[in-house]
Design a protein around this ligand. Structure first.
Ligand code: SME
Length: 151
């Protein structure tokens, strides 16, 4: 597997989204480019904040994703509640994990903030491999989300 170079991925996303400010277009581009950048990623997408304490699916790549997630549930809800990155090496060990696919073994979910620091979504990447995500992924993905949505 080619080692994912987040600097190159960030530059590609920046070039593709230059001058764009529509959130759906930005989310669709980020989901597509991140998903196809690494074969560890088998579900990549956004859950948008649509009401206080409620997330609703946004642009994604991969199999069907559940449509709504309250902040009280799942890894996505934990990222929304805490505004902290959630790295889950074993989804079976995460209390309340929501399994959209039986193949998911590990997951990373990051909060997505806008330029005013408001939570607008969470970004969810699933893998069919155990313990697939680490700090380098958290930093690289957080950089892409910051440069795309908080600019
Ligand atoms: N696993 C997530 C739900 C989203 S599906 O994986 C796409 C969670 O536990 O919040």
């Amino acid at each position: 597997m080619i080692e994912l170079h987040y600097g190159e991925l960030a530059a590609r996303v920046a070039a593709l989204t230059a001058g764009e400010d529509d959130p759906v277009a930005l989310m669709a581009t980020v989901a597509c480019e991140v998903h196809h950048a690494d074969d560890r990623f088998d579900w990549t997408g956004f859950y948008r904040v649509v009401a206080p304490d409620l997330l609703k699916i946004g642009p994604y790549q991969g199999g069907h994703g559940c449509l709504t997630i309250p902040f009280s549930r799942g890894v996505c809800g934990a990222a929304a509640r805490t505004r902290e990155v959630q790295i889950v090496p074993d989804v079976e060990a995460f209390p309340g994990h929501i399994a959209c696919a039986a193949s998911t073994r590990s997951e990373i979910v990051l909060p997505v903030l806008d330029a005013q620091g408001e939570l607008i979504a969470v970004f969810d990447v699933d893998s069919d491999r155990p313990d697939a995500f680490g700090e380098a992924d958290a930093e690289g993905l957080a950089r892409i989300l910051r440069e795309t949505f908080a600019r």
